[in-house]
Design a protein around this ligand. Structure first.
Ligand code: ADP
Length: 636
């Protein structure tokens, strides 16, 4: 019936001796007295509302605890418990002390936060103020370095410059950290090429790594898109931090960056998982949890030799958090560390990835770009498609390297000296069958150039891997002249001479001999075969070839040994015969060994007709006939 049955003294004390408050009084009346007598302070809510609220609460099957404030500033927490028979036990706790304490804490916290923000703002401003003149110092030192100085002066200038740069790094760290703290750091998301970003950071750290003989490896998941929407500057900063640390704390072994990702069906977001693994000093288990804190460095005798602010990881963690990701570390002391972060980024790619096949004839691509990072990335991407690639720095080098082994050229547009379109013009004069793909940061401008007609495709720069693949896949075989074009020198040479060029091919495998013979059947040459190294030496002496093709692995005597012996015989006064090695393995170390044995060139199997013919054309002596018979038209 909501009538009071009993109450203790403490409970009654609140009502300060009010007569009516005794057993039998109803709950509604108690609420009325509380408001009418001004015992309770209802704050902003009108007394009637407060009473309605309290009645509602009272009637609910299990009322939530509530706190009321009394006229004298005391706080009472009411905990009401309904029993089985419908009776209610009401507990009133005086929590005034606790509430006051909480308020104090809250105020103190607000004050601390404000002070911290002020500190951060101050640091940010200071860093900025210091940075500006420091740039002047470093910049001027750099200019001074280029004037005439003696050795001692150079040393002084270099010290100024290096110290200035070191200071700038520290200031930048402090600046970033305080910006994040002061909540002033804003992300600027835009489409960017993640793979490229990683390679750029690796390239930046390469000199340090090279000095320490640490290998740096990037493993970018082949099936992952490369262009995402994110803040490239900040992502690069995190990568620079993690990679920089990895290189710093590693003295031998490797640093490996691995990028894998997952795209959920129907979502344009990719879950990226990026790890930086090193084989360095590692971090002790008890210290691992602290290293993301600011100014925290693992201090021990091994570590003290390393410089740093101890802010890098704190900043990285905050940046990754700001981007909605997580960062972590796994490390074992003395074995190495693996730092990783997870990020969900929007993919900026077009549509679903249907598999693209490359045309059969496409085997070797030339890449022309003046920037090393571009050559590196494009080279790696093309290699990842299973093609051979050769990178050069500029147009003249491209023209010099050009031979029939290349099936396509990917060239940069803007390059100092000769630009990509100028190069296209010159390339077309040499080999008009060669498809040229242009990578341009300004495709619109490229289209205005008359030389644009010579270009098979234009790609924007930086080029997502997928787009590069699309362009290469579009180089259909039928667009390429059926007959491999021969170097112009082959056909244009007068052919009045009487004797054909003598060629010796050492090859133990009969089928390969046949293939070789068939490839060259249209040529006007004198071709002889040797079945092993010993025969090759014999024939070399009897036949006096103008050129030798030498298989490397042969029974009885291999190609290397045979070549060495031929060189010894030549040492006795006969002119040097060019020897071209033919080998099945394109192994790196092989090449040096083969060339050291006295061979001049190196062709890998499967042999390509054009490669063989250009070698022959290259070494045709003046007294031998043209290798193309007169009645056969040289293919255009
Ligand atoms: P800093 O490198 O400027 O000292 P960081 O915040 O980047 O600051 O790193 C904090 C500390 O974490 C380093 O001083 C080092 O003790 C430890 N640490 C970071 N990365 C590695 C790593 N790859 N291997 C071993 N220790 C590391």
């Amino acid at each position: 019936d909501s009538l009071m049955i009993a109450a203790n003294k403490s409970y009654l004390a609140v009502f300060d001796g009010l007569e009516e408050i005794r057993p039998g009084v109803s709950y509604v009346r108690i609420l009325q007295l509380l408001t009418e007598e001004g015992i309770v302070d209802t704050g902003d809510s009108p007394p009637a509302d407060w009473r309605a609220m309290m009645t509602g609460r009272w009637q609910s099957p299990s009322p939530d605890p509530t706190v009321i404030r009394l006229w004298n500033g005391q706080y009472i927490k009411l905990i009401d418990q309904r029993g089985h028979g419908g009776d209610v036990v009401s507990l009133a706790l005086n929590i005034t002390e606790t509430v006051r304490y909480e308020k104090e804490l809250k105020k103190a916290r607000e004050r601390a936060e404000a002070a911290n923000r002020a500190k951060s703002t101050f640091l940010a401003n200071m860093s900025h103020e210091i940075r500006t003149p420091m740039n002047g110092v470093v910049g001027m030192a750099e200019l001074l370095r280029d004037t005439t100085l003696d050795e001692e002066q150079k040393l002084y200038v270099d010290t100024i410059k290096n110290s200035g740069e070191a200071l700038l790094v520290i200031i930048n760290d402090v600046l970033d950290y305080s910006k994040i703290e002061a909540e002033k750091l804003v992300l600027h998301p835009e489409p960017f090429d993640l793979e490229r970003c990683i390679h750029e950071v690796v390239l930046l750290l390469q000199p340090v790594a090279r000095d320490k003989s640490i290998e740096m490896v990037v493993e970018y998941d082949l099936f992952l898109p490369t262009v995402f929407v994110g803040d490239p500057g900040r992502i690069r900063q995190v990568l620079t931090n993690l990679l920089g640390n990895a290189v710093k704390f590693t003295s031998r072994g490797h640093v490996l960056v691995r990028v894998v990702g997952m795209q959920h069906e129907g979502s344009t977001e990719t879950q990226l998982h990026i790890t930086v693994e090193d084989t360095g000093i590692g971090i002790a288990a008890e210290k691992v949890e602290h290293i993301f804190g600011e100014f925290n460095q693992v201090e021990d005798e091994r570590n003290r030799q390393f410089e740093g602010t101890g802010l890098g990881l704190a900043i990285s963690e905050k940046l990754i958090k700001l981007m909605g990701g997580t960062i972590w570390v796994d490390s074992e002391e003395g074995v190495g560390s693996c730092f990783g972060f997870r990020l969900a980024l929007e993919t900026d790619d077009t549509g679903p990835e249907e598999p693209l096949g490359l045309p059969e004839h496409l085997k070797k691509i030339m890449v022309v770009d003046d920037l090393e990072v571009n050559r590196l990335i494009m080279g790696k991407q093309i290699e990842a498609f299973g093609l051979k690639v050769h990178c050069v720095e500029n147009g003249p080098q491209a023209l010099e390297m050009l031979d029939d082994s290349f099936d396509a050229i990917v060239t940069d547009h803007n390059m100092p000296g000769m630009d990509g379109l100028e190069l296209a013009r010159l390339l077309k004069e040499r080999r008009d069958d060669l498809p040229i793909i242009l990578a341009s940061s300004d495709p619109g401008a490229a289209e205005q150039d008359p030389a644009f007609a010579l270009i098979r495709g234009v790609m924007p720069k930086p080029t997502p891997r997928r787009m590069l693949l699309r362009h290469l896949a579009a180089l259909e075989a039928e667009q390429r002249p059926q007959v491999d074009r021969l170097p112009s020198a082959v056909a244009s040479t007068p052919s009045a001479q009487s004797r054909p060029m003598r060629i010796l091919a050492a090859e133990d495998n009969k089928t390969n001999q046949l293939v070789f013979e068939k490839m060259l059947k249209s040529l006007d040459i004198d071709l002889k075969f040797a079945g092993n190294g010993i025969e090759a030496i014999e024939l070399y002496q009897k036949f006096a070839p103008d050129l030798i093709f030498m298989d490397i692995s042969m029974p009885q005597m291999d190609g290397k040994e045979a070549s060495e012996r031929i060189r010894v015989i030549e040492g006795q006064g006969i002119s040097r015969v060019p020897i071209v090695a033919l080998t099945a393995h394109a192994m790196d170390g092989d090449r040096e060994g083969i060339l050291a044995a006295g061979l001049d060139h190196y062709l890998t199997k499967p042999l390509r007709k054009v490669e063989i013919i250009s070698m022959i054309a290259k070494y045709r002596p003046d007294d031998a006939r043209a290798i193309i018979p007169e009645n056969v038209q040289a293919p255009a």
